[in-house]
Design a binder for this molecule. Structure first.
Ligand code: WT7
Length: 631
């Protein structure tokens, strides 16, 4: 079984082999990597507990596979390109040798502070090279990284630090975001007033901003790194030791820490990267995600480096200095493979072709999308104006919990169909279930998307709360991992993702629990109760619509609205601010007190002509009020 699939028949053979004999299949794929000690068993899987292990008792370090393994063959090849926020500033490039040295130095800075295997290290940083160094430095010494997207507020950050009881935070003085400069260290300082476990804060000096350094706790990275050398042996990790925690939202309560482990994650990240993007030795690959999300973990850092590719990270935003920035960067670096989110495509499409026309885009070979369903119109625009009808588009479906791409086309190999994610990757056994948990067979069917066999990079637990992992993913349907998405299957195993079927909304590819946003809104003094739903939004995919009950007649809705937005920014972050707020006197509840969200969704969509059966409502008159007040 070849590691790299090159044709339809390669794919079909691999898919078949992976289902008939997963042990043999994954054993062969895993043999592609450097292991310090081989496994004694390929996998063990029990979806009831859940208890899943891959490459049992094997020893490895993922950074040896990302870095050391390449030094002989491609030590002088560029591993990492950094494109700064401001196009006038200098680009930075690191060869595999240089990246290896940077990672070892960063690892030694951590070691010098006593940070060791198993410690949790929280990273809250802009998209600068040091973020990649820090991620890999943690992996190098066996510390568990927990990257928190720098758009989250101090309060969310504190929750995540506390949930993981991190003893170290890595950050920077400040960050750029287009024309704006934003505080970072100040947010850390605020968060840390609510955290007791953090002993070390390592601060990268990115923008020469003054910041308060707390003595004994805070250290400048540039001062610390001057005292270490670039030799750092890789810690020997068990295949099932934790590699990282990444927080993500679910339908209930606070975000949960999704746990990924070393061996299985490595194998799947590398295998999926190579095959989905069909990345060749001299290709320049650019994924525009932030490393604060799983896409950045698997497809900016680990996957490309495992493949020995050249990966680019971009500090800026798509619309600054103008809406042509992505395309300017593509031409500037001669990017061959470009991977972004539908929301970015839609927002650039809305700005008009004058921002695309000045650029050649002739280096592009492969385009990708991720994070949310892509509508046909955006797909066609991407295909025509960016790909010049000459680049396959891979629409990759996956999740924080799956660790890597699960449903996709393989670039240049698979058939493409706009708005269809495509076929399952080898090793991915999908099932569509009905409401009773029965598998729906055949083609042209829709159901709850589940996965019925373990795959190497699957979630192992939710940090500190295994029951939650079991309840959220493995209890809805016995013996299946439940994704939370609905999907449609057509002939040839072609899948189209319909969207979330739980109370999770996807706003610009960012995932939030409606309950999480409601909890934040409810922190406002005047708010008695709230209910949040998603509604179709032209650019963001889904917008956030909040129904809010306040405890006093407000003479000034405008002020209260502003304050509620500020409250959500404070408790979660600006990215979770509702797009629309409707003040109401009550919510449509059943006699048992359950909110009928179906009605709220219809109102939010502006589709109030047929709200279905409302007779079971405690107070059906509330429906008229809702209809009249649509925002
Ligand atoms: C949810 C996972 C892992 C990628 C970044 C988002 C939605 C993701 C697609 C796609 C339709 C998609 C799903 C999924 N989603 N990719 N290609 N087509 N929907 O990761 O934050 O863990 O969110 O994003 O609803 O469950 P995430």
């Amino acid at each position: 079984m070849a590691f790299r699939l090159k044709s339809k028949s390669d794919y079909q053979e691999a898919y078949k082999a992976s289902i008939e004999n997963p042990e043999n299949f994954w054993e062969e794929i895993a043999s592609h990597y450097t292991w310090q000690k081989p496994w004694t068993k390929v996998f063990e899987s029990d979806f009831e507990k859940p208890d899943v292990k891959w490459f049992l008792n094997a020893k490895l370090n993922i950074t040896e596979n990302c870095l050391d393994r390449h030094l002989k063959e491609r030590g002088d090849k560029i591993a990492l390109i950094w494109e700064p926020n401001n196009p006038k500033d200098a680009v930075k490039k690191y060869t595999y040798k240089q990246l290896h040295a940077e990672v070892c130095k960063f690892a030694n800075v951590l070691k010098a502070r006593g940070i060791k295997k198993g410690d949790r290290v929280c990273l809250y940083m802009p998209m600068i090279p040091e973020l990649s160094f820090a991620v890999l430095a943690c992996a190098r010494i066996g510390a568990i990284h927990s990257v928190v997207f720098a758009g989250f507020s101090a309060s969310s950050l504190a929750d995540r630090i506390n949930d993981a009881s991190a003893n170290t935070v890595i950050t920077s003085d400040a960050m750029n975001r287009g024309a704006k400069k934003m505080d970072v260290k100040g947010i850390i300082d605020e968060a840390l007033t609510k955290c007791t476990t953090v002993e070390h804060v390592i601060v990268v000096n990115h923008l020469n901003e003054k910041t308060n350094m707390q003595s004994g706790r805070d250290v400048w990275y540039h001062e610390a790194v001057a005292k270490v050398n670039e030799n750092c042996p890789a810690e020997s990790m068990d295949s099932e030791d934790m590699l990282f925690i990444l927080y993500t939202s679910g339908s209930t309560g606070k975000p949960k820490g999704v746990v990924h482990t070393c061996g299985g994650y490595m194998v799947y990240a590398g295998y999926s990267f190579t095959n989905v993007f069909q990345c060749d030795e001299n290709d320049i690959y650019w994924c525009t995600a932030d490393i604060g999300w799983i896409t950045g973990h698997t497809y900016i850092i680990y996957g490309p480096l495992l493949a020995g590719a050249t990966t680019m990270m971009f500090e800026g935003i798509p619309t600054w200095p103008d809406a042509g920035r992505f395309w300017d960067v593509v031409d500037k670096h001669q990017v061959n493979i470009f991977y972004t989110a539908p929301t970015a495509i839609r927002s650039l499409m809305a700005k008009g072709l004058e921002f695309v026309e000045p650029y050649k885009l002739s280096s592009l070979k492969v385009l990708g999308t991720v994070g949310e369903p892509i509508n046909v119109e955006a797909w066609e625009w991407y295909n025509e104006y960016i790909g010049k009808k000459n680049c396959p588009i891979v629409d990759t479906w996956w999740q924080t919990e799956t660790g890597g791409i699960m449903i996709t086309a393989l670039a240049g190999i698979s058939d493409l169909k706009a708005s269809y994610a495509g076929q399952p990757m080898p090793g991915v056994q999908l099932a569509l279930l009905d409401a009773d948990g029965k598998e729906i067979e055949g083609d042209d069917v829709e159901g709850y998307l589940c996965i019925k066999h373990a795959w190497p990079s699957m979630i192992r637990t939710t940090y500190g709360d295994h029951e939650r992992c079991k309840n959220v993913y493995f209890s809805n349907y016995n013996g299946y991992y439940f994704t939370g998405d609905g999907a449609r299957r057509e002939k040839d195993n072609m899948y189209r993702i319909i969207g979330r079927v739980d109370d999770v909304i996807n706003v610009s590819g960012h995932r939030f629990g409606t309950a999480e946003i409601e909890n934040a809104i409810n922190e406002h003094d005047e708010v008695v109760e709230s209910a949040v739903v998603g509604y179709p939004h032209d650019i963001k995919g889904q917008g956030i619509y909040a129904f809010v009950i306040c405890n006093k007649e407000h003479s000034n809705d405008v002020e209260t609205r502003k304050e509620i937005l500020a409250t959500v920014s404070e408790y979660i972050g600006k990215i979770a601010k509702p797009d629309k707020i409707q003040f109401v006197s009550g919510l449509p509840k059943t006699r048992s007190g359950k909110i009928m969200r179906r009605i709220l969704r219809k109102v939010a969509e502006g589709d109030v002509s047929n709200l279905g059966d409302t007779t079971t409502l405690l107070d059906p008159s509330i429906v008229d009020e809702l209809k009249e007040g649509v925002v």
